[in-house]
Design a protein. Sequence first.
Length: 201
Amino acid sequence: MIARERDFINKEAIIDLGSNSIRMLIYDNILNSQIPVFNEKAVCQLGKNLDRTGKLDPKGAEFALTVLKRFKQILSNLKVKKYKAIGTAALREATDAKEFIIKAQKIIKKKIVILSGNKEAENSALGVIIGFQKVNGLVADLGGGSLELARVEKNIIHEKISLPLGVLRLFNQPKRNKNKDRKSTRLNSSHEWISRMPSSA
C-alpha cells in the first residue's frame, strides 16, 4: 500500500442535505478526533418556499445536484470510500422529494437516509455530548426547516422534539402563514418537559 492510500484509508465523510444548505465533512479518524479535516458548505435553500408550495425550490434543487457532483468528485479524488448522506426537514416534507433523492443518490452513489425530527434532535444532542463533559441542559439545533430540542442530564438524552421553526420558514414564508407557525410553537411548547426547563434569567 502506497503512503497516499494509507493516509486516506481511515477517512470517513458525511454529507448533510439540509433545508438551507448542504455540507460535507471529512474526518481523518472519527474515533480519535471529531474535528473535520475538510468542511465545505453550499447554501442551496432546498426548502425556500416549502411552506407555500409543498415542494423543493427548483433552483435550489438544481444547484444542490451540482454541489453533490462536486462533493462526489472530491471524495473520489481523496479516495474516501467510507461516507454516508443524510437528509432533514425539506426532504422529509416536500411532496417531490423522492424525485430529487433518486437523482442525488445516482450522483453520490449512496443511499440518502432521511432522518425523522426526533432522530435529528438526538443526533444534535449526541454531537454536544461527544464534544463536552457532563452535559446538562437543553440542546438546541436551529436549521433551515426545523428546530430540534433535546433535554440532556449527565450525558443522557431524556426527551427530544422537532419543531417547524427553521430559518427559512421564518424569513421566506408568506405573512399570512406566520400566525400558523406561532400557533404551532405554542402547541409544541406545551410539552411538559419543555415547560420544566429552568430559565436562564
